[in-house]
Design a binder for this molecule. Structure first.
Ligand SMILES: [Zn+2]
Length: 581
């Protein structure tokens, strides 16, 4: 599908001058403490204003956690450490026996987000401080806390300890979330120090863990640019990324902030050719509040998003050094063909994607919004291997990610130029498409593949027949919607028939995204932990190891989960049939 003339014209206006200037400014501005974050927001707003782009600034008060100093003392040895955000502070220090629980490092970014692998070593952790390889990922932290540990030392794989956040609570906690707030001190140490501490544990030693963390509420600005569409302005695409960072955070995420700035500048210049609106948002509270900025926006504008948002597009760590590949990109199934086509048209390169992680600023799954991109370009695996790089969660796979070394050399101006074009083209093509370019028949194909796996695991103990039938019926209705949409597509964006089709495409997302990505209710936020496909039904995988007298619990869960799925599929079919009639 070639790019439209309007998109091609906008692409011709792209320059890296403004983004690079912002990136250079951010090399002298740490964006971690709320005061510095506010200065960074001023920088973005000042630049937009100078470029003539109108910008609104929201000023919510967010719940954040600011790590300070930390150390681990073992006898005469003192090791530097970095506290994880949202971990418990131990300002005066606690002394306890050290226990080693071996773990395997993630092999790639996917595993970093999805598998907090720890060995099942039968060690009594009650009242102890755990030392274990890896990052202080929330699943692992919760696991050690359950086993009674009072502290955790994450042995990071490289010569630098990485900053990060260790809670599963998504954004500012509500009353449902509060019990999941971590109750344990968690710090990261670099690899040599970690290996020394593992030896201390093996010798039965104790350590004193000291950790400063300040929790509280801070006003945090959110700049939002709205470029109004001329034909259906109430419908919009949301493009967004975080502007707070760990330390100077150039690859994560000054490059993304520059990308958003340039897309805003170019879209504003070409606004006459924009049919629907585009909103561009820069989030605070990503690093210190587990996506608190985007979560606040999802809450404050929930109903507008629910009714009018066509897609949400996240921008994190584009344009980094050596990131020449487009693989492992987050996108929901219905957007896959569209995303691949845009990347091919802009770069001439093929791309490969995967199911989005419950991570990044994907704060919109419980509302049910079709979503694509988080990290974009990345390094070749062979290049990573040559360099001996371990897996990290950003910076185009550069291990400077979340460390003091994420500086200007991590950004690459040519790759940034390419990535800006991808974001601009993707957002503009969605905003201008007569019919939203999302294919939910692909979503249903993945549902079926998922059910095949679950059925194979659960065998005769449960029957996914009703779900399969509802999938087949919705698929038939979607086929009819396809031919109907082809006819409608000859009209204009404002036509009643076109609006009806697009409304039903948004409705499909509202119904099918939540059943595939969430367990909790709409307008709340699921935890930041791995969510398998059709999560209510994924318990089927446990059937082979479930004792016979407990199968009834599993079957009850599956029955409830299947009811939720079938109801969503049937509601979707009724919506589609109604739009065609
Ligand atoms: Zn990031």
């Amino acid at each position: 599908m070639p790019l439209s003339p309007a998109t091609t014209a906008a692409l011709a206006s792209v320059s890296t001058a403004e983004p690079w200037s912002l990136i250079e400014r951010f090399t002298t501005l740490k964006r971690e403490h709320p005061a510095d974050v506010a200065t960074a927001a001023d920088e973005i707003v000042t630049r937009l204003t100078r470029l003539g782009v109108p910008v609104d600034v929201h000023r919510p008060t967010l719940f954040l956690s600011l790590p300070g100093a930390a150390s681990v003392r073992a006898g005469a040895q003192l090791f530097r450490a970095k506290p994880m955000a949202m971990s418990v502070a131990l300002p005066t220090g606690v002394t306890a026996p050290l226990a080693y629980v071996p773990a395997r490092y993630a092999r790639n970014a996917d595993e970093m987000f999805t598998k907090g692998f720890v060995s099942d070593a039968e060690v009594d952790l009650r009242g102890k401080i755990v030392v274990s390889e890896g990052f202080g990922m929330p699943g692992k932290v919760a696991y050690f806390e359950q086993r009674g540990a009072i502290g955790m030392i994450a042995v990071n794989p490289g010569h630098n300890a990485h900053w990060g956040i260790c809670t599963t609570v998504w954004g500012t906690p509500d009353l449902r979330d509060l019990p999941r707030k971590p109750n344990m001190a968690v710090v990261a140490v670099n690899n040599p120090d970690g290996l020394a501490l593992i030896e201390v544990a093996k010798a039965g030693g104790s350590v004193t863990l000291t950790s400063e963390v300040t929790e509280g509420w801070w006003e945090s600005p959110i700049p939002v640019v709205t470029i109004p569409g001329s034909e259906e302005p109430e419908a919009f695409v949301l493009l967004h990324g975080h502007y707070d960072s760990w330390d100077y955070g150039i690859g994560d995420n000054a490059v993304g902030d520059g990308t958003l700035l340039e897309v805003a500048r170019v879209l504003w210049e070409h606004r006459a050719s924009l049919k629907r609106s585009v909103r561009i948002a820069w989030w605070p509270g990503h690093s210190t509040g587990r996506y608190a900025g985007s979560t606040w926006f999802a809450d404050a504008f929930a109903l507008d998003l629910y009714e009018h948002c066509i897609a949400q597009v996240n921008c994190d760590s584009p344009g980094c050094r050596w990131a020449t590949e487009y693989k492992d990109i987050s996108w929901m199934d219905e957007t896959e063909a569209f995303c691949q086509s845009v990347i091919r048209d802009v770069t001439g390169q093929e791309s490969h994607g995967e199911r989005p992680h419950q991570a990044g600023d994907y704060s919109f799954n419980n509302i049910g919004i079709s979503s694509f991109f988080m990290l974009l370009s990345t390094m070749k695996d062979s290049h990573r291997e040559e360099l001996g790089y371990y897996a990290v969660g950003g910076c185009g796979a550069n291990i400077a990610w979340h460390t003091e070394e994420d500086l200007l050399h991590i950004a690459d101006r040519e790759i940034l130029d390419k990535d800006i074009r991808i974001y601009l083209a993707a957002v503009m093509e969605v905003a201008n498409a007569t019919i939203a370019p999302f294919n939910f028949r692909q979503t249903l194909r993945t549902f079926s593949t998922t059910l095949d796996q679950y059925q194979a695991a659960v065998g005769a103990h449960f029957d996914f027949g009703p779900a399969r039938q509802a999938i087949a019926e919705l698929d038939a209705s979607l086929e009819a919607l396809g031919s109907h949409a082809c006819k409608a597509a000859t009209g204009t964006v404002g036509d009643a028939a076109v609006r009806r089709v697009n409304r039903v495409i948004r409705r499909l997302a509202r119904l099918l995204v939540p059943v595939n990505y969430t367990r909790g209710p709409a307008f709340f936020h699921d935890p930041a932990e791995t969510t398998p496909a059709l999560p209510d039904l994924s318990v089927a995988l446990a059937a082979p190891t479930t004792p016979p007298d407990e199968l009834g619990f599993l079957q009850t869960h599956l029955l409830r989960g299947q009811n939720r799925l079938v109801a969503a599929l049937r509601d979707a079919r009724h919506a589609v049939d109604g739009a065609i009639a």
